[in-house]
Write a protein that binds this ligand. Sequence first.
Ligand code: ZN
Length: 451
Amino acid sequence: MSSRSLHEKLRTNTSLSILFIFFAVILLGMLWSGYQTHQTIEASKTSLPTLKTRVRHLYDQTHPDFLADTSSMEQIEALEKDISKENKRLNRAWTFGYAPLKQEKQTVEKQWAQLTQTAEQAKQKQTVLDDMNKIFEQVTHPVQELQADQLIINDLSDETDITAYEKHLKNLPKDSFKIIAQQAFDQAKEQADSLFSLKAELNQYVPKDKITNDPSAEQLAQISDTFDQIKSEKIRQVYQPKMAIVFDKLFELDKDALSNNDSSDKVAALTFDDGPNDTSTIRILDTLKKYKIKGTFFMVGRMIANYPDVAKRVAEEGHLIANHTYYHPDLTTLSPDAIRKEVNDTDDLIEKISGKRTTILRPPYGAFDSKVTAAIPHKMALWNVDTEDWKSHNPAAILEQVKIQTAHQNHPVILMHDVHAESADSLESVIQYLIQQGYRFTTADKLLKYL
Ligand SMILES: [Zn+2]
């Protein structure tokens, strides 16, 4: 009996021991795992600042919305990989539902989520920037280059570029980067539309190197308008040869219209001296364009050198550019060599800008003598209506002079100065008055015989 109970006692003790060891092992395991989880969280906390710094370096410090000019897709993707590795390690860490550990983990997880999101934004921005590099030339820095007024567009023949770009743009966070990228995109789209129309119009009327299908003057003017909408100098240059054909035809149609009418017909030439500049000349060009009138610009060489882009626009919009010397001297006071230099230097510039060499000169102050006409072969182009705009600087007075001096003049060659703001102010009223009086418009070279 007693030996049996001892036996049982021993058995119970052994079971208890096994049980004890079993629980001890589990407890030690849990403690060990818990320690490991804690270590993982600590490691995660330690690597956070390093990766945060890497993310911060992707952005321009002065414009946090923008990418830094040093960022690249490879850089961003490597960073994303490292962030995801840390995220996975943290996810595997087991907290056993132990509240303090769980809380600690959640806090770190939140910071990683934030970092992941920022890296994702950087990736979206870099994608848009890469798109733009495909569409535009020289987008080297996201801030400066995207804010440039006129982006040079690489190649718009492939419209899918722009559609893909639009899709990527939609994903961007709403910040200044998106606003500027959107502007650049709109510009590209506008250019693409204009180019598409121009190609179609030119294909129809100027398929090769001459005009076919006999377009009307209005249709040609339409092509010229479409061409004006294209801002990229690179694209303009590509179409310049065909546009020159269009402009020549427009001139020809103008001339025919003139010779078909008898000399009693009323035809006026608006002439603008001393320019170009980049203020009033531009307003004058806009007004002439509004009324589809071709004017004559007697340009000063020094001003062409200062504002070549404006001079180019004058040429491209079909106006006549003629010579008004280089430094605007009184030619009668110069030696023959000096006269030739004044005139030839300006002729060279005009030819460079417009592709055409002029043979018409308006001598400064209208001053010329036999020495001047012997030195150069140019036709002298004066005027028969002087608006005295340089004297009055008053739009009402300018219009008044036009009214008085054109009263008995069927072929007025009207002298104005495109370098004065008041002359630009007066132009629309002058044009409206002349239209009202039944005048049509031409360039000064067609009316030289009336001077
Ligand atoms: Zn002058």
